[in-house]
Design a protein around this ligand. Structure first.
Ligand code: PEP
Length: 229
């Protein structure tokens, strides 16, 4: 079971340090925990991953960070393809696939996000899977360090998670494409994490807003510890 926190553009370096200290007061047992803070809070810690990275070691890419900056902190984990980067920062599938290939070559653990907008979901599961397949273009679904995160765009940050049947059928369909772990993300909270983690082919969760409170996130990890699959 994987429980990952995406801070997005929240928390300072100091707050992240305090968060990690508090987080580590609990025993994670078999749960694998990952934390994705903003760039300014990257630090040497086995839980940390980057929310994004440019596909180059270094160079003339203003505003970006690359392999050299991640190496400084021994970071070997990156989140790619998040819907906020696809939709707000206009990242194309081609560019995301380039990042994927680069960080795959570097042996990184890649948390790779996919998910459909509401108008696609309204058309039904076949349309959803066709859409997700376009987000898998150029992505090696057999990569040993891949973790897929299914995050319907309409469920991210809205307080409305996808329903059990929607998660079940979508994860089942993604499972037919990859054997790698599949996380669900989109308004996962303390009051729904238990039910979500019990759904077949859900191997964990990617948590945004609810992860910002370390006490809540600790409780979420404790709930994940109870689920045996
Ligand atoms: C996310 O952005 O990855 C996410 C799942 O956000 P939230 O939990 O806030 O919906």
């Amino acid at each position: 079971m994987i429980v990952a926190a995406n801070f997005k553009m929240n928390k300072t370096r100091k707050e992240t340090e305090e968060y990690l200290k508090e987080l580590k007061t609990i025993d994670f047992q078999d749960v694998k925990v990952a934390v994705f803070p903003p760039f300014t809070a990257l630090m040497e810690d086995e839980l940390i991953g980057a929310q994004n990275a440019y596909p180059a070691k270094n160079g003339a890419y203003t505003g970006e960070i690359g392999l050299e900056q991640l190496d400084e902190f021994g970071i070997k984990r990156v989140l790619l393809g998040h819907s906020e980067r696809r939709h707000i920062l206009n990242e194309t599938q081609e560019f995301i696939a380039k990042k994927f290939s680069f960080y795959k070559e570097c042996g990184f653990e890649i948390y790779y996000c996919v998910g459909e907008p509401l108008e696609v979901r309204k058309k039904g599961i076949n349309a959803v899977i066709d859409y997700i397949k376009t987000q898998f273009e150029g992505i090696d679904l057999e990569y040993e360090n891949l973790v897929v995160a299914y995050e319907p765009v309409w469920a991210i940050g809205t307080g409305v998670s996808a329903g059990r049947d929607e998660i079940k059928e979508t994860h089942q369909s993604i499972r037919e494409l990859t054997k790698r772990p599949i996380l669900y993300g989109g308004s996962v909270k303390l009051n729904n994490i238990g039910e979500i983690l019990k759904i077949p082919n859900v191997d964990g969760v990617l948590v945004g807003s609810a992860s910002l409170d370390v006490e809540v996130f600790k409780e979420m990890i404790n709930k994940a510890k109870e689920i045996k699959k």
